[in-house]
Design a protein. Structure first.
Length: 548
């Protein structure tokens, strides 16, 4: 094994990260860097969506990661410039074949329940993530080809993989692989999703209370002394309390910000320009890395088993016009399953690969045998309508995706495709997700590494096993490209492997990319210290207010 310092590891094991950012000012721009921070008080943030589960080992939700970053620390820290820094691990060594990672761990870390952090605690977390009973919907996929871990000393551990896993260091920086108290994992294993007192980490805030779809409340961890190197704030939080309110109604959330009821808020696209015009507010926007918002087409059932039908669906939708109309220039049209902000992976040569071509789409459908028309004008074949089903959870809709969905339906209707939106409850939604009972599935997924593509396209990463392969992709070439990307340390070669997957995904009609998600956070005039991580998620450890 060859030692690698935290700074060298990013060069040796992954591509240099350059997060694409667009900024319109931020809280720290109002003299926050030069002003003397004020300690105490409560900082309140308004989020756009809630969650049914606050266990990051189980839940795949972005909001779970944002909320629980306050509670759970990670092995390493990835800053917004793409540099890795020590956190709960003080150093690490990576084997030449990237199949083993040896971590030296901090000896001064204590969980909120008084349990000391050590190698045994880390191993307990890894085993919890991969346990079938956890029903992990994302963290298990981040672990990738995890085989086992061996405790080499009280504060030394080796993590082994069955295959090379260059992306693991980035995965280890995420809240989804955050470290919980091993006592809570055992004692409260059936209540971890409930959050509140059942969320026990070592982070800067202690979880106090969670009211589902209403609020999460946290109190300052005065004993916090292990902030990651490279973090904007070091030591215990400045505020006494942090409150996250879940306000799904865009107008309510925007109103809470402008009226001062909250100190910061996820700003809806409809209110972005109004916030920018308000001199008392600041708006910070950052493109999110990872998977762009897209419609994934189930290649394993019904009409979409035919590639011609999938490609016809792609060409039937005037994505450029829809994104301009719905988002009025606030979001960019997506061309790939990857966001352009994804470091070390996005291939801009894919732009323009799929254009609006209703005549070409009609020809493809004719060749696929969908030549009949029913009384409502929809295409038919052997007496069956060309109908596709798209389930969704109404409570989780954001970014005007319902408006966009209606526009997509209208576009497809012009070419005789009946896209049916089906509102379902959370339980039924994830049951259908796991069993493949859908034709179209919408998704966007944040990750600051192109390895996110493995979750979506590796044949073994089916939803029932914690992956996101909702299109049912099963191509040995794609598997080989993805495994090459996970094993490759040379940035250019790694990018080339993932670029092949991007091109294949679009050319084979497995996906209709729609827009590139943007994190837009508005802050009030008293708010200071809000920062962002490599995932474009807000960080609250260093927030404070000019007046309490």
């Amino acid at each position: 094994m060859l030692p690698r310092t935290a700074a060298a590891a990013v060069t040796a094991t992954t591509t240099a990260l350059a997060i694409a950012l667009t900024a319109c000012g931020g809280a720290e721009d109002r003299g926050g860097a030069s002003a003397t921070p004020v300690r105490g008080g409560t900082f309140t943030y308004a989020a756009a969506v809630g969650t049914s589960c606050l266990d990051p080992h189980t839940s795949p939700g972005d909001i779970t990661a944002v909320v629980q970053r306050n509670v759970f620390d990670s092995l390493v820290h990835l800053d917004d410039q793409g540099r890795f820094h020590p956190w709960l691990a003080t150093s690490w060594k990576i084997s030449d074949d990237a199949r083993s990672y040896t971590f030296e761990l901090r000896e001064d870390v204590t969980f909120h329940d008084g349990t000391p952090f050590d190698a045994a605690a880390l191993r307990a977390n890894l085993e919890h993530i991969r346990a079938p009973a956890t029903k992990s919907l994302y963290a298990a996929a981040l672990l990738g080809p995890y085989r086992d871990s061996e405790i080499l000393g009280e504060h030394r551990i080796r993590i082994d993989f069955t295959e090379p896993s260059v992306p693991f260091l980035q995965a280890a920086s995420t809240p989804y692989l955050g470290i919980a108290s091993p006592i809570s994992l055992s004692r409260d294993k059936d209540r971890l999703c409930a959050g509140g007192k059942y969320s026990v980490g070592s982070g800067p805030f202690r979880s106090e209370r969670y009211v589902k779809n209403d609020r999460a409340e946290f109190v300052r961890n005065a004993d916090y002394r292990w902030s990651p190197k490279g973090a904007a704030h070091q030591g215990p939080p400045l505020v006494d309390r942090l409150v996250v309110r879940f306000l799904p109604e865009d107008s309510v959330r925007a109103g809470a910000l402008t009226s001062g009821q909250v100190d910061a808020a996820a700003v809806p696209i409809t209110s972005a320009r109004a916030v920018q015009r308000d001199s008392s507010l600041k708006l910070t926007k950052r493109q999110a890395p990872g998977a762009a918002y897209a419609l994934y087409l189930n290649t394993g059932r019904g009409p979409l088993r035919d590639e011609r039908v999938r490609r016809a669906l792609q060409r039937s939708v005037d994505v450029d016009a829809l994104i301009r109309s719905v988002y009025r220039g606030e979001y960019e049209r997506a061309w790939s399953p990857l966001s352009p902000a994804t470091p070390g992976g996005y291939d801009d040569s894919i732009e323009g690969a799929v254009r609006h071509d209703p005549k070409g789409a009609a020809d493809l459908l004719d060749r696929a045998g969908w030549t009949g028309r029913d009384g409502e004008g929809y295409r038919t074949k052997d007496g069956e309508r060309l109908r596709l089903r798209w389930p969704y959870i109404g409570a989780l809709i954001r970014d005007q995706r319902d408006v966009l969905a209606e526009a997509v339906q209208a576009e497809l209707r012009k070419n005789g495709i009946d896209l049916v939106r089906e509102a379902v409850e959370t339980g039924a939604y994830f049951e259908r997700y796991g069993t493949g009972d859908y034709d179209v599935w919408d998704n966007a997924w944040v990750r600051a590494d192109p390895a996110i593509l493995a979750g979506f396209y590796l044949s073994t990463q089916r939803p029932a096993k914690g992956g996101q392969n909702v299109s049912g992709a099963n191509d040995p070439r794609v598997d080989a490209w993805l495994r090459a990307g996970a094993a490759e340390k040379r940035p250019k070669a790694r990018e080339a492997s993932y670029a092949k997957v991007e091109r294949w995904a679009v050319d084979r009609g497995t996906v209709l990319p729609l827009y590139v998600p943007v994190t837009a956070i508005g802050t009030g005039e008293k708010a200071r210290g809000l920062t962002f991580d490599a995932n474009a998620w807000p960080q609250f450890a260093g927030v404070w207010k000019t007046e309490r």
